[in-house]
Design a protein around this ligand. Structure first.
Ligand SMILES: Nc1ncnc2c1ncn2[C@@H]1O[C@H](COP(=O)(O)OP(=O)(O)O)[C@@H](O)[C@H]1O
Ligand SMILES: [Mg+2]
Length: 282
């Protein structure tokens, strides 16, 4: 149960299709149900998170992501989207205190979401009005108190640059037991460390009987080590019912017999104690 002091921010990253959005939606639901004010942030241009969280097609498709919200970008930065740093004058650190109040979408009790749109190297090279805005939003999110923030990203942590190191406490790197997903996970973990995120955890999704053997083979073949990269590893079981529940996968969290749901609840508790104790749960 949340005591009120357990604020944390986690970025969820990993290769496409490994289960990031599903995990973000389910984890956000678990956190909200355990009493944490939870904000789930969608950075994926495909905008799957509103659907995964059960918002419904009409409500979900009415959402305009922040990076396409020309009025807000201009209001805050003083420049139209597309304006770049050379020749255009705009505020580099716009005040976005109102972003959640204005654009946050309420999903359930203690649970909201914000659709940011995709970031193109917000923390680094691309100095254009919309990236300056998104960079400020990330910094602002990391300064909010007494809440849990989950950032579902497809772009990868490096696109946020050091904005993520200011207040983001965890990086959850999701992979399934395939060579490509595990390779991406290892490099994502290295980048998350370089950026300065304190806790980097591996979530091995769709775990089945052969998963651990495949993981060991991957490590043997590549010579890579999980211990050096990750503070913990969580095995998230394969849950065939997710396919039937789509798009509102959060309904799995109401299935008392789901090992997937139980493991997500365990992860929520681990995040709340502020140290990622996500050791082998399966
Ligand atoms: N543990 C799991 N067991 C079975 N299917 C899963 C599991 N996790 C995710 N999926 C399914 O995998 C697909 C991709 O998941 P998604 O969360 O959209 O991935 P990503 O956001 O990483 O691209 C979805 O159809 C989802 O229902
Ligand atoms: Mg996704």
């Amino acid at each position: 149960m949340c005591t009120g002091n357990n604020s944390f921010r986690a970025v969820i990253t990993g290769k496409g299709g490994v289960g990031k959005t599903t995990l973000t939606a389910c984890l956000a639901t678990a956190l909200a149900r355990s009493g944490v004010n939870t904000l789930a942030v969608d950075e994926d241009p495909q905008m799957n998170l509103p659907h995964a969280m059960g918002l419904g097609v009409a409500k979900a498709s009415a959402i305009v992501p922040l990076n396409l919200n020309s009025e807000y970008i201009e209001e805050k930065t003083g420049a139209r989207p597309g304006a770049t740093g050379w020749g255009a004058l705009f505020k580099l650190n716009p005040d976005v205190d109102d972003v959640v109040a204005r654009f946050g979408v309420r999903v359930a009790e203690r649970l909201s979401m914000l659709v940011m749109g995709t970031v193109k190297q917000a923390g680094g090279g691309c100095l254009c009005a919309e990236n300056v805005l998104l960079d400020s939003v990330i910094r602002h999110l990391s300064l909010r108190e007494n809440e849990g923030i989950l950032l579902d990203t497809q772009a990868g942590v490096e696109h946020f640059g050091r904005a993520l190191s200011r207040g983001f406490s965890h990086c959850l790197v999701v992979a399934d037991a395939t060579f490509n997903a595990l390779s991406v996970a290892c490099s994502s973990a290295d980048l998350a460390r370089q950026i300065g995120i304190p806790k980097v955890c591996l979530v091995v999704n769709r775990t089945q009987s052969e998963t651990r053997g495949r993981l060991e083979r991957f490590l043997k073949e590549t010579g890579l080590s999980l211990d050096q990269r990750f503070d913990g590893t969580l095995y998230l079981p394969a849950e065939p019912r997710l396919a039937d529940l789509e798009p509102d996968v959060t309904r799995i969290m109401s299935c008392g017999d789901s090992e997937y749901a139980t493991t997500v609840n365990t992860l929520a508790e681990a995040l709340l104690v502020r140290s990622c104790s996500c050791s082998s749960a399966a």
